[in-house]
Design a protein around this ligand. Structure first.
Ligand code: MLT
Length: 302
């Protein structure tokens, strides 16, 4: 028998894939396997029983990788399993930034008791006018599972798409629309794109990559999106860029006290992967990985 513990609520459909030798324990110290979404595990004591951590998601920055390596605990993630959910929210993020949907909805809410709301709308709507995505230049930094999907949809929407990734995989290159311009230098994205979206992992080399210096190289009025990881952008520098008019809109899937609620910022409570389908896919993959490892010692990454 094997015992697993869910640190976050994990999709029931995914958990149904566990065979009967696996039981859900409510005592984390008993568990040979932990399933986790984005809850931070850095302060957790890792018991001697623990053999594997399966992250139902892509990013592993919530897991103490060094501590796990020291104790020989295997860490899995589920690359690509929620890429479709994130991609769809990124596209929504671009639309939220280019059309003042949030401002418009808030205004309607505030005017809901006005019996002449239709007339009032005619007077007000000019200030919510936006711009279109078609023919705009989109820069995608990071051409992994999500970046590639965003590129292909953006292409269909008539955008001119530029992609940058120093480690583009054969798979990604194959799945990427032939019309995406793969640039060899991130500066090219900064200087030429109207909208920039980041899809890289959080590493020492990427932490704070969207900072004052990077922003200064961008086009005036750029729209910036971060649906990848918290801390990739220096939020103070972003806010300053907004105040100076350099950044037109910042859309982030990572609530942060600096940018939350600020003019020019659209902040979403980390919902990229929060769809039924993505949650089920991630949980199924994480369960499969954990079973394979605990039962057979096999390490699979799909
Ligand atoms: C991910 O890294 O894939 C996301 O953070 C998933 C999640 O929301 O749990």
């Amino acid at each position: 028998m094997f015992q697993y513990y869910c640190l976050n609520p994990i999709s029931k459909i995914g958990l149904e894939n566990f065979t009967e030798e696996f039981v859900n324990t409510h005592d984390v110290n008993e568990a040979q396997g932990i399933l986790v979404r984005s809850a931070a595990m850095h302060d957790m004591e890792l018991s001697e029983n623990l053999l594997a951590v399966a992250r139902a998601g892509a990013g592993v920055n919530n897991i103490p990788l060094d501590k796990c390596a020291e104790k020989g605990i295997v860490v899995f993630n589920t690359p690509g399993a929620n890429a479709n959910g994130v991609k769809e929210l990124v596209i929504a993020g671009m639309l939220l930034a280019s059309r003042d949907i949030v401002g418009g909805i808030n205004w309607v809410e505030s005017a809901k008791d006005n019996p002449d709301i239709a007339k009032a709308t005619e007077k007000e709507k000019k200030r919510f006018a936006g711009t279109e995505l078609q023919n705009k230049k989109l820069g995608i930094i990071g051409l992994g599972a999500i970046g590639v999907k965003v590129a292909n949809v953006a292409k269909y929407m008539g955008m001119e798409v530029y992609g940058y990734d120093p480690y583009v995989s054969v798979d990604a290159a194959w799945n990427l629309s032939r019309d995406v311009k793969h640039v060899l230098n991130v500066e090219e994205i900064y200087k030429s794109c109207d909208i920039i979206t980041i899809h890289v992992p959080l590493l020492d080399s990427t932490k704070g990559m969207i900072n004052k210096e990077a922003i200064s190289k961008m086009k005036d009025g750029v729209i910036l999106l971060n649906f990848a990881r918290d801390l990739l952008a220096n939020e103070e520098d972003v806010l300053e860029g907004i105040k100076e008019g350099k950044i037109r809109k910042y859309v982030s899937d990572f609530p942060n006290p600096v940018t939350a609620g600020q003019e020019g910022c659209v902040v979403i409570p980390h919902l990229g992967a929060s769809t039924e389908e993505s949650e089920d896919n991630c949980a199924k993959m994480a369960v499969k990985q954990m079973m394979n490892y605990l039962k057979n010692g096999n390490i699979i990454n799909s």
